[in-house]
Design a protein around this ligand. Structure first.
Ligand code: MN
Length: 191
């Protein structure tokens, strides 16, 4: 069963000025689409052909893993935004953030530093550990917290293709704007 590229859950210009229509057209329609197509081509005729995406991520390495994880990571990334649905965070996730980081501002600062300082291509994640506490981790290339038995809550794509058309080398500016487009209702439901 072939995987399909999920549609963006908002218009291409919905995240401006944080992320431009131009960037989303390339990031979703070209990069995310390429990972889906590559994955479908790589699994044809293999034992992975009929597995769901998470099982493929957990059971593979190399090219199949890289494309499967990038399909999952990008769907998770694009689903967490929505400029017109911004709500202040509250409830159990905010309580957990206070318990793990001291305050929301300290969490935001620690996550932002992790996003600005990851060397090369990768992802920054807020994750829930099996004991319910939270942590911030960096992964390189396609690596994904699911393989470490961690539950992803929030992610920031810091591959250059995520921001270079809008910000060029200024990754810190992209990270700063990142906070303005997060749909905290989606994030809370992941906790
Ligand atoms: Mn990306």
């Amino acid at each position: 069963m072939a995987f399909e590229l999920p549609k963006l859950p908002y218009a291409y210009n919905a995240l401006e000025p944080a992320i431009s229509k131009h960037t989303l057209e390339f990031h979703h329609d070209k990069h995310h689409a390429a990972y889906v197509n590559n994955l479908n081509n790589l699994i044809i005729g293999t034992e992975f052909e009929n597995l769901d995406l998470v099982d493929i991520i957990l059971k593979t390495k190399g090219g199949i893993f890289n494309n499967a994880a990038q399909v999952w990571n990008h769907t998770f990334y694009f689903d967490q935004f929505g400029k017109n649905k911004i709500e202040k965070l509250s409830g159990p996730l905010l309580i957990a953030i206070h318990a793990s980081f001291g305050s929301f501002e300290e969490f935001k600062e620690k996550f932002s530093v992790a996003a600005k300082t990851l060397f090369g291509a990768g992802w920054i994640w807020l994750v829930k550990k099996p004991n319910g506490s939270l942590d911030i981790i960096q992964t390189t290339n396609a690596e994904n917290p699911l393989t470490e038995r961690l539950t992803p809550i929030l992610t920031c794509d810091v591959w250059e293709h995520a921001y270079y058309l809008d910000y060029q080398n200024k990754r810190p500016d992209y990270v700063g704007y990142f906070w303005s487009i997060i749909d905290w209702e989606v994030i809370s439901n992941r906790y």
